[in-house]
Write a protein that binds this ligand. Structure first.
Ligand SMILES: [Zn+2]
Length: 200
């Protein structure tokens, strides 16, 4: 950050820590902030701090929510006998876009990835097991990404829940690109993958 006034260098450093922001983009954004109106800047700061202040994790499905439990868990119109297990909140949004699945979700908060130091203990698996014990769940649809980590997580969970006798455990079917992130799959692909889900 040599040559930049310290406040700009500090801002560039912080922006550069965000995913997908390289040094060039950090520089462009930092200088853009200098051109913003006071009101625009306040709105940005408000949005940045508000996202953590206003959201909390749903005690049931572990998705981010403004109300507890979240609107989906509280919705009696939804099918409470099915839980779709996903890696993170963005996957819930992607699957909701299908407008065909009416069951509930459970957000793991990541996938097992030893290289990133994420093991089963870092995921919301305890909360999932509690739900399987307490709620009338007949099907667990494992919809983790078809990446290596997503597949490993799917198999880990399938093994973990195998003692729930009346529980059907399924995995999203073919059609999803191997190694692909669920959130980037188009709706038709997701609908087909749901239709062709298979026992795991
Ligand atoms: Zn919830």
């Amino acid at each position: 950050m040599n040559g930049y006034p310290k406040p700009i260098a500090d801002l560039m450093e912080q922006l550069g820590r965000l995913p997908g922001i390289g040094p060039k983009t950090a520089q462009r954004l930092a200088f853009h902030v200098l051109t913003m109106t006071e009101q625009g800047l306040q709105e940005l700061v408000h949005a940045l701090t508000g996202v953590k202040e206003r959201l909390t994790k749903c005690p049931i499905c572990c998705d981010w929510t403004e109300v507890t439990p979240c609107s989906r868990c509280a919705d009696s119109e939804r099918d409470h006998s099915a839980i779709c297990l996903v890696g993170d909140s963005r996957d819930v949004v992607a699957l909701e876009r299908m407008q065909t699945y009416r069951g509930l979700y459970h957000v793991l908060g990541g996938v097992i990835s030893p290289i990133d130091g994420i093991g089963p203990d870092q995921l919301h698996l305890r909360e999932l097991l509690d739900r399987l014990v307490d709620e009338q769940v007949h099907e667990l649809i494992i919809a983790t990404d078809s990446t290596m980590e997503g597949e490993a997580t799917a198999h880990y969970v399938a093994k973990l829940v195998r003692n729930f006798d009346s529980l059907a455990v399924t995995r999203l079917g073919h059609g999803l690109p191997v190694g692909g992130d669920l959130e980037y799959a188009d709706e038709m692909t997701l609908v087909r993958a749901f239709e062709y889900r298979r026992p795991i």
